[in-house]
Design a protein around this ligand. Structure first.
Ligand SMILES: NC(=O)c1ccc[n+]([C@@H]2O[C@H](COP(=O)([O-])OP(=O)(O)OC[C@H]3O[C@@H](n4cnc5c(N)ncnc54)[C@H](OP(=O)(O)O)[C@@H]3O)[C@@H](O)[C@H]2O)c1
Length: 262
């Protein structure tokens, strides 16, 4: 039997890299992306910049030229740190372009061929920040809430097909995401300086995130062996989702607010 194929966006680092490894170890043919279009591992590399619509179109064409993937994992994305009040408007648009519009653009381009073939899975890597919001991550969290809504709607819309949808919600995972890759684009405003300083210290010292391999394994299991729309793993994901659901709202908001205002 021909080996099955997966497209994982953003395989050059972190959760995407771990996901590629887990699929490859299970004998899958892996295609993955980075903005450079090259990277480590015995995978097929394509260039994909989610901030560039032409790059998305070209990437989708190249994917489909080689065949319809069995599984697509929309993992690529980045985070913007900025107060809601002072965030740079273009930075907010760029954040939505990459994490939401770009991801949906790629999903739309691959879905017709997957529907025509009749089987396949599209998974979106969102965040526990797609189910709640954290101070100074509001714009990032908004993109993940939007992605959660779109993929939940897609799940309903594909009901009369054999196509599957998965939403993967990582908690804090030990990648370069928080330590190096977060964008900070906002107007300086003394009112927010202390909170941002506390957050910066927490991100700098936060070495307790989950190994991304755990997320790679979760994504593989969710896409290949498990049913159900939403899946989570990673530091604090379970407790935070539990607290969101069961704690009185005042207490929950108080606990989250303390992360930058101890
Ligand atoms: N780490 C966490 O704690 C955490 C928690 C919740 C959710 N997540 C989500 O998990 C996913 C992966 O995060 P990670 O922690 O593995 O981050 P990471 O280590 O920074 O890796 C991000 C990957 O996405 C790619 N990427 C970033 N911006 C891109 C863009 N504009 N266009 C195309 N590709 C882009 C990067 O590729 P190049 O830079 O090589 O182009 C890289 O391969 C993200 O969607 C993130 O929001 C992470």
């Amino acid at each position: 039997m021909a080996s099955r194929t997966v497209l994982v966006t953003g395989g050059s680092a972190g959760i995407g890299q771990a996901t590629c490894r887990v699929f490859a170890d299970q004998g899958w043919q892996v295609t993955t992306t980075s903005r450079k279009g090259t990277g480590d591992g015995a995978y097929r590399w394509l260039a994909l910049d989610l901030n560039d619509p032409d790059s998305i179109a070209h990437c989708a064409d190249q994917v489909l030229e080689a065949g319809v993937p069995d599984v697509v994992v929309h993992n690529a994305g980045y985070g913007l740190i900025a107060p809601i009040e002072t965030a740079d408007m273009q930075a907010m648009r760029d954040q939505f372009q990459a994490n939401y519009f770009g991801t949906l653009d790629l999903a739309q381009r691959l879905l017709p061929a997957m529907r025509q073939r009749g089987t396949g899975t599209q998974a979106a890597v969102t965040s526990i920040g797609g189910r709640m919001a954290f101070p100074f991550f509001g714009h990032y969290n908004a993109t993940k809430h939007a992605l959660e809504a779109a993929f939940e709607a897609l799940h309903h819309e594909l009901r009369h097909s054999d196509l599957e949808v998965r939403i993967i919600e990582p908690g804090f995972t030990q990648t370069q995401f928080a330590t190096h890759r977060m964008e900070k684009r906002f107007r300086e405003e003394p009112f927010y300086a202390q909170g941002l300083q506390t957050l910066a210290e927490r991100l700098e010292t936060g070495k307790t995130g989950t190994d991304p391999t755990v997320l790679g394994q979760l994504i593989y299991q969710a896409c290949v062996n498990k049913t159900g729309l939403r899946h989570h793993a990673g530091a604090l994901a379970g407790p935070l989702l539990w607290a969101r659901r069961w704690l009185p709202q005042r207490l929950f908001l108080h606990l989250i607010g303390k992360t930058t205002n101890p």
